[in-house]
Design a protein around this ligand. Structure first.
Ligand code: ADP
Length: 497
């Protein structure tokens, strides 16, 4: 039975013995072989019947004026050439040939085994290249086939979307966009179709998402699924959603971006946030003076108080403190949201800042009968950071430890050097945090709602502020906790860039 040879090989050599030997070996393996005794003859075959030369075995002895010209000529004549040189020594001329694009080189006095080692590798490479070519063409066809532009109904539907839509092929060339996207990104049909997105879209962030999408394997695609970058294009704010376009066979054939105009919502959001910030500022001073006056009266400096009056004033004092913390949290949070978590970098003595913070917080611990101990290692290296930010980290973590540790408990604070980091550790034996909540406590406004925490005042912003500041200093924050046993927070701040 005649098996159709899968690969067509052209042997080009004027050494008849070598040519015949190659022919014989290849025919025995069922390949289709043609021979040529000169480069001219070979070029003639390639030009007339390019399908007869999937792979060329070429004598490098022909390359009188250098293999380069010869191989380049052959390369130009074929679409996907795989050329293997035949050379006496496989040295200088072989290197030159490989540099010019040849795949490999076989010695003229080859043994059968030696011939097949090199040939099998070349044949396998050829097959892989061919498969890759088919796959590429399939991908191209898949999206060009859906040149939706030709389907008027579908195009009319896409043009009635209120969101901008851009579709690219797998090489990130634009293949389709609707009217809204055209307006948003100033895209003109005649000019951009078929062009790389990088030449047409003036948003680095959207570009990077589109390029990541077309390069996505399925795991990256899953990772990207939840991301919705908000980008600015001119005076517009757009919330975008980018996804890879997958073929039925599961290969990525392109990317699709949907852009939702959130300019008005963003403006409203800013207005709301400006208002909140303004109110917080305005409340800060009167609340502090209220706290001072309540304290003066409660301490008996304005006259004797009955026990009942004193109890009522103590409660009023706690509530006022809670309000001051909330106002401070709101101001800090706003600052971090605006990317201002670092205001001024200076060389800091973290030990000194921590000591002061502990002294500031000690009265709260004493009020609650929580024992606070500290161990600050002497001679810590200076840390380049933002004083206000570092203070906010210490205050938030210490005040949480005191707040969420019942009366009679203890809080232990330490500061030490750990490799290239300065490590702040705070351990309490308070109420602890469940594993489910541990994943969420750094989210803004997240508060754990249990019987125990119900009466404790807070904004749910403290830990998100801590995380924001630690991130801005390239540090890490780590938490371990067991319900009913206590919680440990570890903040590591790198002392070197
Ligand atoms: P809050 O203003 O509510 O304290 P945070 O962002 O500082 O907000 O903390 C989020 C939640 O994490 C708190 O509501 C609290 O339930 C929990 N939490 C934080 N620190 C501790 C701690 N040391 N022990 C137990 N729970 C804590």
């Amino acid at each position: 039975m005649l098996i159709k040879p899968s690969i067509n090989i052209l042997v080009v050599d004027d050494d008849i013995a070598v040519m015949q030997k190659c022919r014989e070996l290849l025919l025995n393996e069922g390949h289709w072989v043609r021979t040529a005794e000169s480069v001219e003859e070979a070029l003639d075959i390639i030009q007339r019947q390019p399908a007869d030369a999937d792979l060329i075995l070429l004598s490098l002895e022909f390359a009188m004026d250098g293999s380069l010209t010869l191989i380049e000529t052959l390369q130009k004549a074929m679409r996907e050439p795989l050329i293997i040189g035949i050379s006496t020594d496989c040295d200088e001329e072989a290197f030159e040939a490989i540099e010019a694009g040849a795949y490999d080189c076989i010695r003229r006095n080859f043994t059968d085994a030696g011939f097949w080692v090199k040939m099998n590798r070349a044949l396998e490479t050829y097959r892989l290249r061919r498969q890759l070519g088919v796959l590429k063409r399939e991908r191209q066809a898949a999206l060009t086939k859906s040149k939706v532009g030709h389907d008027e109904n579908l195009m009319a539907i896409l043009n009635s979307l209120t969101d901008g839509l851009i579709v690219t092929d797998w090489q990130a060339n634009i293949v389709l966009f609707n009217k809204v996207a055209g307006r948003l990104f100033d895209l003109k049909e005649g000019k951009v179709l078929g062009k790389p997105v990088s030449e047409c879209i003036a948003s680095d962030e959207l570009l990077s998402f589109l390029i990541r999408a077309v390069k996505a394997d399925s795991s990256l695609a899953t990772l990207m699924a939840g991301e919705e970058p908000v980008i600015r294009v001119g005076d517009k704010t757009l919330q975008t959603h980018v996804d890879p376009v997958m073929s039925e066979a599961g290969t990525v054939i392109g990317a699709v971006a949907l852009c939702h105009d959130v300019t008005t919502v963003a403006a409203m959001d800013k207005l709301r946030s400006d208002f909140l910030s303004m109110v917080s500022h305005e409340l800060k001073a009167p609340l502090s003076s209220l706290l001072m006056q309540i304290s003066v009266v409660n301490d008996g400096l304005a006259g004797e108080l009955t026990e009942k009056q004193s109890n009522l004033l103590s409660k009023a004092k706690e509530k006022t403190k809670g309000m001051i913390t909330l106002v401070n949290d709101l101001l800090d949070y706003r600052r971090i949201q605006e990317g201002k978590s670092i205001q001024k970098i200076e060389s800091l003595d973290l030990g000194e800042i921590l000591e002061r913070t502990i002294e500031l917080m000690r009265p709260s611990a004493q009020d609650k009968h929580v024992t606070m101990t500290s161990k600050i290692v002497d001679g810590l290296p200076a840390f380049n950071g933002d004083r206000g930010g570092i203070q906010a980290i210490f205050i938030n973590l210490i005040s949480n430890a005191i707040k969420y540790t019942p009366t009679g408990g203890s809080v232990n604070v330490s500061l030490e050097e750990a490799g290239k980091d300065i490590r702040f550790k705070i351990v309490d034996n308070g109420m602890g945090i469940s594993p489910d909540d541990l994943d969420r406590i750094f989210e803004r406004f997240y508060r754990i709602k249990t019987e125990q925490t119900r009466s404790i005042a807070g904004s749910g912003l403290g830990l998100s502020i801590v995380k924001g500041i630690v991130d801005a200093h390239n540090g890490t924050v780590h938490v371990e906790s067991k319900v009913g046993k206590g919680t440990t927070f570890i903040v590591s701040l790198p002392t070197q860039e």
